[in-house]
Structures are given as structure tokens and as C-alpha cells.
Design a protein around this ligand. Sequence first.
Ligand SMILES: C[S@@+](CC[C@H](N)C(=O)[O-])C[C@H]1O[C@@H](n2cnc3c(N)ncnc32)[C@H](O)[C@@H]1O
Length: 352
Amino acid sequence: MKVDQDKLNAFLMKFVGDFGAALHASTVLVGEKLGLYKALAEGNGLSPAELAGKTRTMERYVREWLSAQAAAGYVMYDSKTSKYSMSPEQVFTLADEKSPAYLPGAFYIAASMFKDEAGITEAFRTGKGFGWEQHSTDLFQGAEKFFRPAYAGNLVSSWLPALDGVVAKLKNGAMVADVGCGYGASTMIMAEAFPKSRFVGYDFHKPSIDYARKMASANHLSDRVSFEQAKAQDYPKKDFDLVTFFDCLHDMGDPAGAAKHVRQSLKPDGTWMIVEPFANEKPEENYNPVGRVYYSASTMICTPASKAQEVGLALGAQASDSQLRQVIMSGGFKTFRRATETPFNRVFEAKP
Ligand SMILES: C[S@@+](CC[C@H](N)C(=O)[O-])C[C@H]1O[C@@H](n2cnc3c(N)ncnc32)[C@H](O)[C@@H]1O
């Protein structure tokens, strides 16, 4: 075997980048939890001691953390003043929870993948699943923190309007089921935007439903939103105008069973909205940075989650439009189309 020195060096540099990113991820969690990014964003250039003072943390730790952030390009350093600050883009993505591109939630998901790795490695050997509910709480929190900004930025402004006639129904007062709702971010965003409609969020994971209920009450939305523990294949109510599935169909063991159930829970003119991670038709068309994120999460979270349920179809987070079409149409739907997309999401519409 002859190793090409230039290619080896290039690969080693790529690895250093990846290794640094993996290690740096934990420092992002520290910064998020302690409010370091937020305090730095509010200051007009801060020394480590000033940032430590504002956040009631220890200067020596904060100094090291700031150097890690500066080396990563997550904060800026001014060698003339020896102070640290953040660019508008760094503030937008790391310090502003209301921004549609608030990113730190991503690393809660990464943390859960590390914490749960031994169980997944074992699942490779046994072929058994590793259920959503078996994961560290970091995953549930991370999913909410990471997905909510994208939903806040896209759902009401562009995803729902891409569906045929749905916004008009929501404005007039519609019945909506948000299935696999997790912590209920999408449910509550829709409920805030459409006060005449009524929303029920279903998820089979009890701790998520408990959390969502608390948030609905804290956000004064309990008059129009309820959360109930139920599976996608047998949630109780019917006659919905709209059923939504956000980033959960591929996690299910029996997505075809879910499709059948959605079909019979919809009014004849109802709509099923399915949001799935962005993917192209062929696996090799997803061998890129976005595909890397999704295939990695799919290996450690989505595929084992599906394998842990009945049927265990394991669509994976990069299931193609054709694969999804087959599953969805098997539920008795007449039409299926990709209604819109972002670089990270596909939004589908299915109608009975
Ligand atoms: C990746 S999370 C998405 C959560 C939420 N929709 C969001 O976008 O933030 C997948 C969710 O699907 C739920 N789930 C998976 N299989 C389910 C099933 N068969 N029935 C109901 N919920 C299910 C999980 O409990 C989890 O909350």
C-alpha cells in the first residue's frame, strides 16, 4: 500500500478540524448553559474578568473558554484591547434564542449521541432497537432547542402557505393534530398564529407530553392546545382538518400503519403535512455536509428508534421522496407532493 503524502496531510487536516469541532461542542453547551454568549453579546467588548463578573463565573475558566471560542471562530478577539466580542452573525446564531438560526441546541443532540453511544454500539451487534425514550434527556431538550428556531422562522411564513387551502382553514378555525410533537414547539407556534383553531399534540413519550403541557400553560395557550400521550398508529380523535408530522415519520417503526391511521382521522378534504429532513433521491447525492449531519443522527437516533418499535421499518432520516411516497400512499392517500423545502427540510402534502 502506497500512501500519498499530500492526500494523507489533507486528510489529517480534515480530521483535526473534525476533532476540534467535536471537542469544541461541549464548550458550546457550557456557554449556552451559563449565558456566556448572551452576556458577551450584550457587552461592547469584554475581558475574561468582565465576562466572568457579568455571569458570576470564575475568571480562569472563562479565559480558557474565550480562547477556545476565538480559536473556533465563535467569538472575535481584539489584540489591541485584549477584549472579546461577537459579530452580528455570531450573536444571531449563538446568543439570540429568538433567532431562526439559533444553533446551540444542535450540540445537546450531539451530547446525547455521545452519552448513548454504548447502547447503540451494542444494538449494531444484536440488531435490537434503541428507543427514543431510552435516550438521555439531552436529546429531547436538544430536539426542541434545535428545531424550534427553524419552525419559528418557516412554519407560519412559508411551510403552511405552501399547502393547498390550509392557511384559510386555520384562520377560520380548524381542528389540528400534531403527531410525534415532542416538546410541542411546532404545536405552540401554530396555536399562537391561529387563535381560532384548536390543536392537539400527540406523542408516545410521556415525559415529552408532560413538558409540552407545562409550556402550553406557561405560554397561556391551554385554551386552544392540549397534549395527550398516544401513538401515531392509534391516537383517539378524528375529523381533523390538518394532521402534521414534524421530523418524526422516519423515526416510527410502523410509518405505514401511521399513514393508515392518519387517513382515517382526517376529514375527506383534510391535509396531512409531513416535514422530513432534506434529502435527495440517491444516497450518494446526500454525501455532503448536510447529509453527514442527518446520516450521523440517523445512525445513532432515528434508525435505532424505529427498530425499537413494532414492524421496525427503519426508513432512516435520509429516506428519499420515492420511499416516503410509497409509505404514505400505502395509507390510502390519493395525492402526495413535495410542497416546499429549505436546505434542511422537505415539506410534503398528502391528501385523501
Ligand atoms: C425527532 S423527534 C421530533 C419531535 C417534534 N416533532 C419536533 O419536531 O421537535 C421525534 C418524535 O417522534 C415521537 N415518536 C416516535 N415514534 C412515535 C410513535 N410511533 N407514535 C408517536 N410518537 C412517536 C418521539 O417520541 C419524538 O418525540
